[in-house]
Design a protein around this ligand. Structure first.
Ligand code: NAD
Ligand code: DAU
Length: 359
């Protein structure tokens, strides 16, 4: 099996949910990585520097470097590539929330499609004919569309995106794979199912529900609550990404999933039980606050990932049992009231001003 070694890794979108967990895993919990990470993030509403405050304190200027810029800022990013002698790109940066894409698709087209195109071109220019480098693109199972009650998405399932978000991610997947085929440019791609874990912005189902429980607010459920998602802990996703970076040949595409399908309403009831127990809240009152609301337009019914390829070819496996992972996630939000109030008040957006510009 191929074994790549990584020295200078550019992580785009590293202040977001999955990217920040990836950087922490790489620098703190991955003894097999001794290189440097450059976190390139423009800091949209979803980019929260507090997600990496510990990493910033421990590694900034030695193994960790934060650069605030958009992936579409060609000249700036090209300079960053050259300055840090980047040999690996892990491309997380994107607009990521389906509901926001329905309300306003433009930013999704700009960041997810044009941004990915620009980052690809910068890497292609800077790397020229080098083949010991890698551009890994992080994508979603949503590109495959919606399943009925049977079957799972494989790497050869046809693309059938149904929201502006998934259409923009599908476009970016096609660009990445086309750059590989046409230019012989070294790319890999992964399509992952729904992630959960610490530092997720409270617009997504699990953190929104946990925070609303703590704050005594209603718990909105779209439609009949019977849509199904395949949940995976963010650490399992990030270990899969590491496995691909180090072991995959260029040109390959992998599905990553939890093999863990839950109807939204059943998931919410389980989350209520866990949160009630840990936060000392009343289960019955929490159940009574579940509120069925108008469905998301074009709401995909079911996602389920067949991830046998990465298991068989690269030896990856999930390691976090779901209810344990949910419990740890609830613990994290309960242990971080300052993070929550900074996000709720918008104060988190001043973090850079306070911590960088005043240094
Ligand atoms: P997120 O919204 O939490 O974070 C996105 C990050 O990207 C933010 O820090 C934001 O500031 C940054 N960003 C956005 N546009 C940018 C731009 N133009 N230039 C530079 N930075 C920019 O997202 P997430 O949930 O962590 O998702 C990360 C990636 O994983 C996305 O590509 C998403 O499509 C994919 N993904 C997410 C999930 C999931 O369940 N969250 C599942 C599968 C795949
Ligand atoms: O499948 C991977 C995708 O998972 C990622 O590509 C996306 O970036 C990520 O946001 C996520 O998309 P979803 O739309 O599945 O996640 P969300 O948390 O928004 O919703 C999960 C399910 O819960 C979905 O069926 C909609 C429903 N929902 C969501 C919210 C926010 C509710 O019922 N109520 C809610 O308040």
């Amino acid at each position: 099996m191929q074994q790549r070694s990584l020295k200078n890794v550019l992580v785009s979108g590293g202040m977001g949910f999955i990217g920040s967990n990836f950087i922490r895993f790489m620098l703190k919990n991955n003894p097999d990585f001794s290189g440097r990470i450059v976190n390139l993030d423009v800091l949209t509403y979803a980019g929260n520097p507090a997600n990496l405050a510990d990493i910033d304190a421990a590694y900034q200027g030695s193994r960790y470097f934060f650069e605030q810029a958009g992936i579409g800022d060609r000249q700036i990013v090209e300079n960053i590539f050259k300055k840090y002698e980047i040999d690996t790109v892990v491309h997380f940066a994107a607009e990521s929330h389906v509901d926001r894409s329905i309300l306003g698709p433009e930013g999704f087209i700009r960041s997810n499609i044009i941004g990915t195109y620009t980052l690809l071109e910068i890497a292609r220019d800077c790397w020229a004919s080098r083949r010991d480098v890698l551009f890994h693109h992080i994508s979603t199972d949503e590109v495959y569309g919606s399943l009925g009650s049977e079957g799972r998405f494989t790497e050869t399932s046809p693309y059938d995106p149904r929201s502006p978000y998934s259409a923009s991610k599908a476009s970016s997947d096609h660009l990445v794979m086309a750059w590989g085929s046409t230019y012989g440019f070294p790319v890999t791609l992964s399509n992952c199912s729904n992630n959960y874990g610490p530092c997720q912005f409270p617009e997504k189902l699990i953190p929104l529900s946990i925070l609303n429980m703590i704050e005594g607010k209603p718990l909105p459920v779209y439609g009949d609550g019977k849509n199904i998602r395949d949940w995976i802990h963010v650490d399992d996703h990030n270990r899969a990404v590491w496995t691909i970076l180090t072991k995959s040949p260029a040109g390959e595409k992998y599905n990553i999933g939890g093999e863990n399908e839950w109807e939204n309403i059943r998931l919410l009831h389980t989350l209520i039980d866990i949160t009630a127990r840990k936060a000392g809240l009343d289960t019955e009152k929490l159940r009574a606050s579940v509120t069925f609301v108008k469905d998301r337009p074009g709401h995909d019914r079911r996602y389920a990932i067949d991830c046998s390829k990465i298991k068989k070819q690269l030896g990856w496996n999930q390691a976090v049992p779901f209810e344990e992972g949910l419990g740890r996630t609830v613990d994290w939000y309960l242990a971080n009231p300052a993070w929550i109030s900074a996000v709720r008040s918008g104060e988190y957006r001043n973090w850079i001003k306070r911590n960088y510009e005043e240094r």
